[in-house]
Design a binder for this molecule. Sequence first.
Ligand code: AMP
Length: 641
Amino acid sequence: MKVGFEGRERKRESDQAPKPIFGEDGGGGGAIVAAMITTPKLPDRQPTMTVEGAAADQEIISWFEGLAENAGMVQTQTLRRIIELNHRTEYLQKWLGRDLRVQDLDPAALESLFSSSVPLASHADHEPYIQRIADGDTSPLLTQEPITMLSLSSGTTDGRPKQVPFTRFSSQSTLQIFRLGAAYRSRVFPVRAGGRILEFIYSSKQFQTKGGLTVGTATTHYFASEEFKTKQKSTKSFTCSPYEVIAGEDYKQSTYCHLLLGLAFSDQVEIIASTFAYSIVQAFIAFEELWEELCEDLREGTLSTKLTSPEMRRAVMDCLTPNASLASKIEKKCRQLEESNWSNLIPNLWPNAKYIYSIMTGSMQPYLKKLRHYAGDLALVCADYGSTESWIGVNLEPSDAPERVTFTVIPTFSYFEFIPLYTRKERDHSTSAVTDDFAEREPLPLSQVKVGQQYEVVLTTFTGLYRYRLGDVVEVAGFYKGAPKLTFICRRKLILTVNIDKNTERDLQIVVEKGSRLLRQTRAELVDFTSHADLAVHPGHYVIFWEVKGEAEDSVLNACSREMDAAFADRGYVVSRKTGSIGPLELRIVESGTFRRILEYYIDHGAAMSQFKTPRCTTNQVLLGILDRCTVRRFRSTAYG
Ligand code: AMP
């Protein structure tokens, strides 16, 4: 597999690198903040318990505090730098003209010229340029330096993966945010020197475009990059699995190896991690089935024949030695854990783990219950907030529960704008345009956001996206010095709508959470869910698909469907249900393994396990076909009579 930053990629991308982001005075105060906002040259970070490690942590924390203090000014400078690098590109010249002399404008004037001349844009506006890049056009389209790699956003929330440029800046900022987050975490949860991370991470398939660019998910590019190796070396914390396991083409085989090596190194494991929490939950669900086989391999130092990749087999065998006593110990624990339905699995098998680290917010929230079941009292630490397009915010308070966590914006990573959003009830009809459930006002720079207000995030990146609407809704929860602390609210896009009703992913999540509480009376639990607005029959109605583990009686599931129907609080829905223009909600129970099939469908189409998010609503005919074929029971709500 051809990955990494060899040859021409390295040479070209170094010019787009962020270091130093503000090398020379851009005017207007640039030099004043330049020293504190230049990326620090970090010494190799030693394990956090050492004096050297603590000094490295302190250095990156001080760097960030300097940025946060002056976040508004740093943002203005960041934008200036992006324009300086890229104002001769076709995209920017279209809006800023050919004669722009960046050096003649002070940063504030440039900022206002930029936001008054360059329009807000979506991925669709950038797509024709990205397509030309993919086809091999090397003229400066979005960035001055040619783009040589493209990333695929997961696309599972929006229906199809989107390609976005990936440059050296992307992996460098990933390394930077990981180091920063790790420095804050080590203050609260110090980890042992030389410890290991049991990381459920997976690369996706990579392919070449017509023009020879490498395409893969952003995490795939990162795992293959020098920065990923640097992170492991400099933190002296290594993943249990070698790269061949992460890069394995079959996620089930990779999961098996992650678990096997996690057990082999169980005494050294300090952290359990994944990109999104879904992968950890999936891995331990698999563990419930695989543990006997895993123990056998551990005892004998062998590998199950179901692992077919020769590279993966070789790499895992290099790490494995027969260990009969460890295998027996684990086997004994597993027998006991099986009796208690695997509650506290993680601290029992990884007694030295200090915390679990993953994205647990947003669409990952439904997996928290299961994660807590496996984690017992072990701390759940939320990973940072970002997207394929750009990193956005870092979690500075690792001990905050997932329900309360905030992400502090890093003002050198991109130029961020925030579109104020109002729900329709609050809408000011005279000034706002209605595009969905939200009304919006003019975008604001970071320095002008207000606590308690919700916004859509807009990005201008070093990788060639300009005033790009990310589609995420966040709320400003407060400030860390001058940098806003964001709570992730939801994807902006409406997912369920039949006529005048409007419900987002978050609305659905709340409703499903309420409905599934009734399952507590039974021995059943909700494994996963999705939904669909069925307009093929009249009146249209919502269909919610549940995969349930264990036994639930019809009477309980009937009550669940009623509860969910009544729980949609959107006025449009309530009115339509009362007048009969939306039919009764339908709850469909799908057979065990249905959501695994959905995952496999996405993975077969290029998605990566590491970035997978179950689509919470679908109109995709293939998915609907799977869901239809797998439906085993149906319940229609009687909530509105
Ligand atoms: P991707 O399209 O795979 O790059 O996923 C990026 C999206 O995942 C973001 O736009 C968010 O909607 C979501 N996301 C990323 N980080 C977080 C987080 N910490 N909390 C909640 N949602 C997140």
